[in-house]
Design a protein around this ligand. Structure first.
Ligand code: ZN
Length: 321
């Protein structure tokens, strides 16, 4: 019964149930291998020698953390004369401390639960959960196929300083459909995209759209290497630039006012920069006053809201021929 329970609930095949013990709030199921075979030639003519006892955590039986305890052997094959340590087919790698079934469950739960919540639930060290997720993601994203990619986003991020004390950057390319990171390299210009371009050519992907900030380096890179792709300046960078213009105009106007008026306009900085729908009733009144008093700020604010509405209603354009 317990052998088939281990098979059906924990994915453990080829091992015989020996005993169950409960101590210190955990369940320990002792297992023994049914037969030894050479891992190279599968011959049953082998000799086995005990090395040590191992405990592997599996899925809990009920709410009790459950461990499988078994002896690990060195195997000598008389047919192909190889010598090796027996492997455990229900673990994903030789040093695993949990079963593949538990690993799979952790991966399934991760979108719903934090690492620390899973750690508490299974009474499992959070580092094991993190390592398990890392292995899964490494495998999943090892070979990213570019062939089907149509829409990409290119962006640079600052990552501290280089040896010369200058700000260091990484360039990141993402697939805008799946969100997957397609390429990462040092730098913030076309040079950082060299490796990506090679892979792109090899994959024969037809990139239709590239979203980016307004940096010249990436614009000329796209025009040169992806002449059929549309360039889209992303919402965040466009509105940021627009806000900078509004703020510059506000400061210019404030400089010409007397101290009291200047103070009023200074206090209303965020009323002008915040999204119109996020303003309090009081701020809406202030904004109205500012717009009635300063025509230039009224025009700029209206243009910003127009720009935002373009992004709200925009849909993806077909590729330019
Ligand atoms: Zn063999």
């Amino acid at each position: 019964m317990s052998t088939s329970l281990a098979y059906h609930t924990q994915g453990i095949i080829g091992f015989q149930h020996q005993s169950f013990t409960f101590s210190g709030g955990i369940a320990i199921q002792r297992l023994e291998r049914k037969e030894f075979r050479c891992p190279q030639c599968f011959s049953p003519s082998v000799k086995s020698y005990f090395i040590r006892t191992r405990r592997i955590q599996g899925l809990p039986y009920g709410t009790k953390p459950t461990f499988f305890e078994l002896d690990i052997h060195r195997i000598y094959c008389s047919k192909c004369r190889c010598s090796s340590v027996e492997n455990l087919p229900f673990t994903s790698h030789p040093k695993a401390r949990i079963t593949t079934a538990l690993e799979r469950t952790i991966i399934e739960l991760r979108p719903e639960m934090t690492i620390s919540a899973i750690s508490r639930y299974f009474q499992l060290d959070w580092r094991i959960i993190k390592a398990c997720e890392k292995r899964y993601l490494t495998k999943k994203f090892k070979h990213i196929k570019l062939k089907e990619v149509r829409y990409i986003g290119i962006d640079e991020i600052a990552i501290g300083h280089d040896d010369a004390g200058k700000t260091a950057y990484w360039t990141i390319v993402r697939d805008l459909d799946s969100g997957a990171v397609l390429h990462v390299d040092r730098g913030k210009d076309g040079e950082a995209l060299r490796g990506f371009l090679k892979r792109l050519h090899r994959s024969k992907a037809k990139i239709e759209l590239v979203a980016m900030d307004m940096g010249r380096a990436f614009i000329s890179w796209v025009k040169k290497h992806l002449p059929l792709a549309n360039i889209v300046f992303d919402h965040f960078h466009v509105i940021k630039l627009m806000n900078e213009k509004i703020d510059k105009a506000r400061r210019k106007i404030a400089a010409k006012l007397d101290d009291n008026e200047k103070e009023v306009l200074k206090k209303q900085r965020f009323t002008l920069l915040r999204n119109a729908e996020d303003l309090s009733e009081e701020a809406i009144e202030h904004l109205k006053e500012i717009k009635e008093t300063f025509q230039e700020l009224a025009d700029l604010h209206m243009m910003k809201e127009y720009l935002r509405s373009i992004y709200r209603v925009a849909t993806v354009l077909p590729v330019r021929k």
